[in-house]
Design a protein around this ligand. Sequence first.
Ligand code: PNS
Length: 163
Amino acid sequence: MAIAIYPGSFDPITNGHIDIVRRAKKLFPKLYVAVVANPHKSLLFTIEERVEITKAALVEAGINGLEVISYNGLLIDCAKKHGADAIVRGLRANSDFEYEFQMALTNRDLASEFESVFFMTAKKFSFLSSSIVKEVCMYGGNVSTFVPQSVEIALQKKLRTKK
Ligand code: PNS
């Protein structure tokens, strides 16, 4: 049985990510959702919060039987540690392609044993991103169609403490 790892910042997880998890799990019954601890960008939530929020969101979405893990450093080292065969990523608009292509080829140079597998977004999530969700929530907008309720609550709490 092929094992896959779905990495990301998940700051926070959105309904778009959850859709990818749901679909990837059909092909890869053993799927890890891997939250990066040290991304190249500044984040709203700590690594502990992002792991907890991701776990709660998946439970709320009725997705069970997968592990949410965190990693530091290179993705391929985390993939090796967990015996993964494939790296799962979602693709939204064309603008994702350059970045994903670069990442997939870099990962292949570093470790050719992993196959990168891309899932096309569902049309309704094609312009959804964690950044947009944070911005809308920051200005008091309704994000209930973008994220599960547990994520919305975590966002509102976090943004209140930031004011
Ligand atoms: O959700 P994101 O921020 O687009 O996810 C990007 C992520 C975390 C998957 C990627 O930046 C990553 O794996 N970083 C860890 C460092 C690494 O392995 N870099 C080499 C691959 S380009």
